[in-house]
Design a protein around this ligand. Sequence first.
Ligand SMILES: NC(=O)C1=CN([C@@H]2O[C@H](COP(=O)(O)OP(=O)(O)OC[C@H]3O[C@@H](n4cnc5c(N)ncnc54)[C@H](OP(=O)(O)O)[C@@H]3O)[C@@H](O)[C@H]2O)C=CC1
Ligand SMILES: O=C(O)[C@@H]1CCC=N1
Length: 289
Amino acid sequence: MSTTLSQAKIAFVGAGSMSEAIIRGLIQTKVADPQHIYVMNRSDQDRLTFLRSEYGLQATSDPITKEAYLRQADVVVLCMKPKDVVTAFEDLKPLLNEDQLLVSVIAGLSIAKMEVLLDSNMAIVRTMPNTSSTIGLGATGMSFSANVNDTFKQLATQMFEAVGIVSVVEEEKLEILTGVSGSGPAYVYYFMEAMIKAGIEGGLTEEDSRQLTLQTVLGAAHMVQHTQEDPAELRRKVTSPNGATQASIEALDQYQFTEAVTKAVFRSAERAKEMGEQIAAPSPVSKLS
Ligand SMILES: NC(=O)C1=CN([C@@H]2O[C@H](COP(=O)(O)OP(=O)(O)OC[C@H]3O[C@@H](n4cnc5c(N)ncnc54)[C@H](OP(=O)(O)O)[C@@H]3O)[C@@H](O)[C@H]2O)C=CC1
Ligand SMILES: O=C(O)[C@@H]1CCC=N1
């Protein structure tokens, strides 16, 4: 087994947004060699053609080629939706072996359930990345099964550090982490959509409203990072007593801004857990969590 990602053969099962985000990051940062990246799905040929031409990787939906990719892979990354997990695992089960590292990005799917679905104690890394991995600014949470040795830990960490930051957390924290950073980009986009819309309603051109919103969000995030100040303190500096910002924050509070965000984070966590629980696994039920 290769101890560096540049030599490892990495097979992605699932060819959607999340696998592309990771693949793009790995290739752009030159952490992985596109010739050693294998992507597979069930049917979407256009998607595979696009991925091949965009990244120079190997991609297939042909069962025999998939089997070859999976058997020779050092790392297998599971990137299908929770609803497709059971069928996918049935196909994967006879093809995986205990020398491989299995990495899952699937929301809510516990390590214990993967072990039951595969009837194996192979090394499993359960992760929760986000789509900002596409540009190397991802935030990934990660937990390891009991059989993940130091080499595999290093490999998995290297893989996700190539596309952003990594937090290793206890597995039970991965749901709330999903609420914060997995779903998080969507809240920020939603907020930006609302800002742009309000700017246009107030008379700005669409282009100006978009650019101003973008720069504002970018600048605010960089301020938190560069100054290392608490966001509350940075907010205080914008908010002149009895000024325009104070009035606008009061308007946000009137609509329970903090409660709405808190509810969103917890609802995402709850939904991730529900999706994981809805994945039907065969007995022994006692192993499941
Ligand atoms: N999008 C996000 O922001 C994040 C997503 N995730 C997790 O990533 C996973 C994938 O999400 P996302 O990329 O958005 O989903 P997409 O729908 O974009 O992609 C899913 C992919 O899986 C393929 N697929 C489905 N079943 C199989 C199978 N049995 N074998 C091989 N390929 C299969 C689909 O192609 P086809 O239908 O042709 O088979 C498709 O390419 C989810 O479990 C999600 O929880 C985690 C963090 C963030
Ligand atoms: O919406 C989802 O279920 C996935 C998990 C986090 C982001 N996307």
